[in-house]
Design a protein around this ligand. Structure first.
Ligand code: NDP
Ligand code: 8X3
Length: 255
């Protein structure tokens, strides 16, 4: 029987690449995001391969999410895989110059949004005594870099929540994985710099960053391990990255 995956943040970047890869492997999809037009065009693209259901909501809006989730069509009720991916950095400022709206956005989306979605889906996984939750953390959840302050805090929280989920769900037949990428070229920096595309592009210049497809490959690897194997925690960086702040920009490794 085909599996069903629920992917948050499926309208771009890592979430979209994962949706495409899952569709290629016959995994049915529930795709989430705020941008309805994108959800519709991705649904049109991937419906040629698998069953696709879309849910438009902001992960901060617990009430809206819960009411939409209740109305999930019966064919999509049994979720086998949850990819908690929706999230972004907002701003890159010292703590003394931080913007409180950015702080709220990062903590509410990256941390509380992940919790709201997980809380709705876990009971059904517990009932079926199986399931796989993958939380997309970051190298920013493993170390703190200058001006990363609250984004790093949000990803450290994701890291702690991933461990907490694995501890609490032990014995329930549910796998919990944390996948922590370094620099991946997506819309991430454009969001961080509030639409400043030039500044965003500079982040990925003069080295070869990860592509969203590289992370999707790892997510697919994690969900296709034998039933007794859990990838608990995995960090992935491109060849030129050694830490959040050490990136070799002296030459480009792949043309
Ligand atoms: P993108 O900006 O390309 O994708 C972010 C996704 O999250 C979009 O689909 C967006 O959809 C969704 N999203 C953002 N805010 C909300 C919200 N409030 N409610 C619902 N959906 C939301 O970035 P990435 O693909 O890079 O980011 C995906 C995840 O990977 C994030 O958690 C990020 O922190 C993490 N990550 C990224 C790295 C990178 O270098 N790019 C490295 C390590 C981790 P929409 O706008 O339609 O709502
Ligand atoms: C995204 C990677 O280094 O911009 O989580 O924080 S970084």
């Amino acid at each position: 029987m085909k599996k069903t995956a629920f992917i948050t943040g499926a309208t771009s970047g890592i979430g979209l690449a994962t949706a495409r890869l899952f569709a290629n492997h016959g995994i049915n999809l529930i795709l989430c995001g705020r941008r309805q037009e994108r959800l519709e065009s991705i649904k049109e693209e991937l419906s040629q391969k698998v069953e696709v259901f879309t849910m438009q909501f902001d992960v901060r809006n617990k009430e809206l999410f819960e009411s939409l989730f209740e109305k999930t069509p019966p064919a999509f009720k049994n979720i086998d895989i949850l990819i908690n991916n929706a999230g972004n950095a907002h701003g890159l400022d010292t703590i003394q110059n931080g913007n409180t709206q950015d702080w709220d956005a990062m903590l509410d989306i990256n941390v509380k949004g992940l919790l709201y979605v997980s809380q709705a889906i876990i009971p059904q996984m517990m009932e079926q005594k199986s399931g796989h939750i993958i939380n997309i953390g970051s190298t920013a959840g493993k170390e703190v870099y200058q001006k990363g302050n609250v984004y790093c805090a949000s990803k450290h929280a994701v890291d702690a929540i991933t461990t907490g989920m694995r501890l609490d769900l032990n014995g329930c037949g549910i796998k919990v994985s944390g996948i922590n990428p370094g620099l991946v070229e997506t819309e991430f920096s454009e969001v961080r710099f509030k639409g400043d595309a030039q500044r965003a592009q500079k982040v990925y210049q003069n080295f070869t960053p990860l592509k969203p497809e590289d992370v999707a490959d790892i997510i697919y690897f994690a969900v296709t391990r034998p039933p007794h194997v859990t990838i608990a925690d995995l960090t992935v960086m491109c060849l030129d990255q050694a830490s959040s702040t050490i990136v070799n920009k002296s030459f480009v490794t792949i043309s």
